[in-house]
Structures are given as structure tokens and as C-alpha cells.
Write a protein of this length. Structure first.
Length: 410
């Protein structure tokens, strides 16, 4: 297969019809996997009581998830690069499903810990490949809208999936929630395998490949990747400590805090809906502009915590930006990456974002304990401002490298 070392231009003739049914299946896969990823956070009291451990040890099931994703996503994505992407997606969903069902029957905490580690491996592979697979089904003019639809499943999981799973656990058992999600994933894996089209990367002889340092898409990908790490850092510096901020800084009662978090999630769905058209109409500026909305929201939360109207508006803007950000950065990566780097770019952004999550969660605790949760918002504003600068720089590099260049084998 021949690939250009310039930024990939996805031809409009490759998919004249918008592949709605295929994208909806992939979006459903994102929905069920993100819901399952979040289950220990939503079911912490029930799991702790049943497994006979401190709730903080259930929290470790979330932490180990990020660590496993960071460690395994890139090597496993590279190892499966020559396999039909439809098979990789279906297999990762199937492994995830079996691990979830095994968690449902876990006799001990240690067994649950092991099954969550297996699920995290499958999750990392799924997330690394699903964006590349979706991109292969889309024409260039459809890319933003298509990836927004696929990644929107993650936002829907936060707004709808986790609350429903939590309610089911409260009515029955946390084991039922895990079991139902696992069975649903297994059925979805079968449908994906039977219904979605093949997508195979043809191997190229090593002697025909240009050196990686000659790949013109590498510099913008590095800029977008570092920006992704900073975005994850800023998001979790702030969001993990949003309840202390609302209670201590803004003086908002717990009952109202739940309503405000619903506003945040609902605004995220609006952001997802807008992201596709923004990415396709303004491919160079949409991501940077969205991050500047983040900066304004964080700055307002830091500057005016006692102004309730400002807090509500800022949370809504932050939520909308959160919904739009991930499809926008994935679209930017897929447009900038050469064929040989597209899989690696998709896996790397998952890893870098998880590194940011881990660092932000830890640093946010230190910051809030020392200076109070309002400081988290101020630092997040500064970090996202830096990320916005990097995405603007990356978009400029990608546009310069989109001009025709000599082809190399990749």
C-alpha cells in the first residue's frame, strides 16, 4: 500500500453515502465500554459491602484501569495492525464482555481486581482502533460528523449509561449491572463481526518504507498528543474535585450540586451534537476555539465562585466543551496523520489522555488540600490555554504539510 508522508487527505469518493448504521454500532460499542469502565465509581458502596473491603479499595479498580490502558494500548495496537479492524473491534468487545461477566461472579476482591485488569486491556485496544476503523468508513467531508457520532457514545454513557446501571444495581445487585453489561457487549461483538465491513492494512516491504523521521505528519501529531495530555490533566484537576468546589467555594447545597452536574452532562450532549459540523466546517480552528471556551469557563469558576449564575453558565460551557473536545481532537489527528501513523496516533492519544487523567487526579488532590478547590480551576485554565496554543500550532503544521509532497512507501 502506498501512503503519503503528508497529512492524509481522505477522498470524498471513498464513501459517497454516510455509513450511519455502521457508525451507530461503533457508537454503541463506545457507550457500553465507557459505561462498564465507570461502573466501580457508581457502584462503590455496594461492591465494597459485598466484597468486604474498604470503599477506597474499590476506587483502585478505577486507578488500575488507567495504568493498564497506558501500559498496553500502544504495543497491542501495533501487534494487531495487520488484522482486519472489524475482527479487532469485535474481539476486544468479546474479551471485555467475558471479563465483565467474570467480575459479576467474583468471589473475592482479588478476583474482581484481576478481571478488571483484563477488561482494561480490551478497552485500551478497542478505543485505539475504533476511531481508525470509523475513519476508514468515512469520506473526508464526513469525518467530523462521523467521529462525533462514534465518540458521542462516551458522553451518552456518562449522562445515561452510568445512572441507569447504578439504578439497576440499587434495585437488584451490583453483580446484575456487571452481568447485563457483559451480555450486552457479547451480543454487540457478534453483530459487529457479522454486519460491519472489513478494513485491512496491507503490509509493505520494509525496504520500501521511508524512515519515520521523514513522515511529514509527525510534528503536528506530537503537538496534538501533548495537547491531549494537558487536556486530560486539566479536566481531572478540576472535575474530580468539582463537588468540593461546589460545596466549599461556591456554597451550593448537595441537592443542587446534583442538578448542576446534570446540567454539565446535558451540555456535553449538546457539545457532541455540535462537534461534527464544527470539525467539518472549521477543520483548522474548531478544536482551538473549543479549548478557549474551556479557558473562559475555568477562569470564571476561579474568579467568581460565589456568583451562582456565573457558576451555572460556566459549568454548562465546560460541559459543552467536554462533549465537543474528544471528537474534535480525534478528527484533527485522523486528518493530520499519514496512513502509517494513523493507528499509532489513535492509540497514543488514548495513552496520553490517561496519563493526564492519572496526573490530574493526583495533582488536583494536592492542590485542593493546600490552596482550596478554587485553585484547581485557576490552574486548569492556565493548562488548557497552553493546550490551545499547541493545537493551533499543530493545525498550522498540518495545513502546511497537506500540500502535495513526494510519495513514500509506508
Amino acid at each position: 500500500m502506498t501512503s503519503s508522508t503528508a497529512a492524509v487527505v481522505l477522498p470524498d469518493t471513498s464513501a459517497p453515502r454516510f455509513p450511519l448504521s455502521a457508525l451507530l454500532l461503533l457508537s454503541l460499542g463506545v457507550f457500553v465500554t465507557v459505561t462498564a469502565e465507570s461502573l466501580p465509581a457508581g457502584l462503590m458502596p455496594e461492591m465494597a459491602r459485598d466484597l468486604g473491603v474498604d470503599p477506597l479499595r474499590i476506587g483502585l479498580l478505577v486507578s488500575v484501569w488507567a495504568v493498564v490502558v497506558i501500559a498496553t494500548s500502544i504495543p497491542l495496537t501495533r501487534a494487531t495492525r495487520r488484522i482486519d479492524r472489524r475482527i479487532v473491534v469485535a474481539a476486544s468487545l468479546a474479551v471485555f464482555a467475558v471479563a465483565n461477566v467474570a467480575t459479576a461472579f467474583a468471589p473475592t476482591y482479588e478476583f474482581a481486581f484481576a478481571t478488571r485488569a483484563v477488561a482494561a486491556v480490551a478497552h485500551g485496544v478497542f478505543w485505539a482502533i475504533v476511531i481508525v476503523y470509523a475513519s476508514s468508513l468515512l469520506a473526508g467531508a464526513q469525518l467530523g460528523r462521523g467521529l462525533a457520532l462514534v465518540t458521542g457514545g462516551g458522553t451518552a454513557a456518562t449522562v445515561l449509561g452510568l445512572p441507569v446501571a447504578t439504578a439497576l444495581a440499587q434495585l437488584t445487585s451490583w453483580r446484575v449491572s456487571f452481568g447485563v453489561s457483559g451480555i450486552g457487549m457479547l451480543l454487540l461483538a457478534a453483530v459487529v463481526y457479522r454486519r460491519l465491513p472489513r478494513s485491512v492494512v496491507e503490509p509493505v516491504a520494509a525496504g520500501d518504507r521511508a524512515p519515520l523521521r521523514h513522515d511529514r505528519s509527525l510534528p503536528p501529531l506530537v503537538a496534538f498528543g501533548v495537547a491531549g495530555l494537558l487536556i486530560g490533566l486539566a479536566q481531572f484537576l478540576a472535575f474530580v474535585y468539582i463537588r468540593p468546589y461546589l460545596a466549599e467555594s461556591a456554597g451550593i447545597a448537595d441537592g443542587w450540586a446534583s442538578a448542576l452536574l446534570f446540567v454539565f452532562g446535558a451540555a456535553g450532549m449538546v457539545g457532541v451534537a455540535l462537534a461534527g459540523s464544527l470539525a467539518d466546517r472549521f477543520p483548522r480552528t474548531a478544536l482551538t476555539a473549543t479549548l478557549l471556551v474551556f479557558v473562559g469557563a475555568f477562569a470564571a469558576l476561579a474568579a467568581a465562585p460565589h456568583a451562582t449564575a456565573v457558576v451555572v453558565i460556566a459549568l454548562a460551557l465546560w460541559g459543552a466543551g467536554t462533549g465537543a473536545m474528544f471528537p474534535l481532537i480525534q478528527t484533527a489527528l485522523m486528518r493530520a496523520a499519514s496512513d502509517r501513523l494513523r493507528d499509532l496516533a489513535s492509540a497514543s492519544i488514548v495513552v496520553l489522555f490517561n496519563v493526564g487523567i492519572a496526573g490530574g487526579s493526583w495533582a488536583g488532590g494536592q492542590l485542593a488540600a493546600t490552596y482550596g478547590p478554587t485553585a484547581n480551576m485557576a490552574v486548569s485554565a492556565a493548562v488548557v490555554l497552553l493546550a490551545a496554543g499547541l493545537t493551533a500550532f499543530g493545525a498550522t503544521l498540518a495545513s502546511r504539510r497537506a500540500a502535495p509532497a513526494s510519495d513514500h512507501r509506508g
